[in-house]
Design a protein around this ligand. Structure first.
Ligand code: NDP
Length: 338
């Protein structure tokens, strides 16, 4: 089969790409420039080179941005849409985040409906942000929950990203209901994601947001004090997230479903403990003394139910320790060891 993968330069996309190639797919990734596209293709073992190529889509928020690229010969069977802005701060919430998130999602669905009659399924990277409330927590979260985030909150920088995920996912389900396309969709609602950084990363300055705190611990930024973990205390390994995307393409019953993809709990002090244990010499001067670190994991934290992802997609979640250690190793490799 042939897959279009958007946002190919991203952290999660880099693992979805590996997983798609492992499953024998031919993959076309979208990238915002030729330079990024070339770098992605070069990062892949040349033996697989024939099955990976790229197309340039500069801005997913533009009307018809995907019209041309969804028309391929041979045609696409599946699409994985991961491209969406993920930063903690945006100068202009609408232009820089909400528009690309929402119009990017509805835009690709519209283009596919009009120009890609062979596509059977579209898997969209949503987020746990579309499931979880910021404050009034449920006791247990699962796919039946929709975050209570409002459009007014979306204008507040703290909530913009969260809101972009809720409103873009909602727009996707609305599109399917009203436009009745020939394909179905599934969403992956993964939580805060750790794991090995992409081989195609040009510099650690562009490290994705969720791995940032592990990098900060490794380079001694928390040497004086461990930053508060809040507000997110759940994690998942990126390789489980990638497999969930690919299984969601392949498993017939996955169509029309959301999947809450979450592996377990973490806190910054727990990350620090794992990194100290793995690299005691290096971390000696880069962390506060062990006895000065207090775990900030809240005793009354809400619970999660990830059973749908385990039963329908067959995901067996990796633990925190292995995920963090593999992330650190990939960072050390990229920085040349220090
Ligand atoms: P990255 O920042 O590494 O990837 C984001 C990708 O989207 C990049 O390829 C980026 O391109 C592309 N992109 C962003 N804005 C635009 C735009 N306006 N036009 C075209 N492309 C754009 O982050 P992640 O890999 O972590 O995120 C990927 C997806 O996963 C996102 O949808 C995110 O919301 C979701 N997600 C991530 C979680 C996490 O903890 N990491 C948790 C839950 C969901 P470029 O490289 O050129 O900037």
């Amino acid at each position: 089969g042939k897959v279009l993968l958007t946002g190919g330069s991203g952290f999660i996309a880099s693992h979805v790409l590996d997983c798609l190639l492992d499953h024998g797919f031919e993959v076309v990734v979208t990238a915002r420039s030729r330079e990024k596209g070339e770098r992605i293709v070069k990062s892949i073992d040349s033996a697989l080179g024939k099955r990976i190529s790229y197309v340039v889509v500069e801005n997913i928020a533009k009307d018809g941005a995907f019209d041309k690229v969804v028309q391929a010969d041979p045609p696409f069977d599946y699409v994985v849409h991961t491209a969406s802005p993920y930063q903690l701060y945006f100068d202009d919430p609408v232009r820089d985040c909400l528009d690309p998130a929402i119009k990017g999602t509805t835009g690709i669905l519209k283009s596919l409906k009009t120009h890609a009659p062979n596509v059977k399924r579209v898997v969209i990277t949503s987020s746990s942000a579309a499931i979880l409330n910021a404050h009034d927590h449920r006791e247990v979260y699962d796919e039946s929950s929709w975050a209570d985030t409002t459009w007014e909150q979306a204008m507040e920088p703290m909530h913009t990203y969260r809101a972009s995920k809720k409103f873009s996912e909602k727009a996707a389900w609305d599109f399917v209901e009203t436009a009745k396309p020939h394909f179905d969709i599934a969403t992956i609602n993964n939580t805060y994601t750790f794991g090995p950084i992409p081989r195609s990363l040009s510099s650690l300055n562009t490290l994705n947001t969720s791995n940032q705190r592990i990098y900060d611990i490794v380079r001694g930024k928390m040497r004086e004090e461990i930053a508060p973990t809040s507000p997110v205390f759940t994690f998942v390994d990126v390789r489980d997230v990638a497999l969930a995307h690919v299984r969601a393409l392949l498993v017939p019953e996955a169509g029309g479903k959301r999947f809450y993809v979450v592996g377990g709990f973490f806190s910054n002090p727990k990350l620090a403990g794992i990194i100290r244990e793995g690299w005691p010499e290096m971390m000696k001067s880069r962390l506060p003394k062990e006895e000065d670190i207090k775990d900030d994991f809240p005793s009354d934290h809400w619970k999660f139910d990830n059973s749908r992802s385990r039963t329908v997609l067959g995901i067996e979640y990796r633990g925190l320790e292995g995920s963090v250690k593999d992330t650190v190793e990939s960072i050390l490799k990229a920085t040349g060891g220090g």
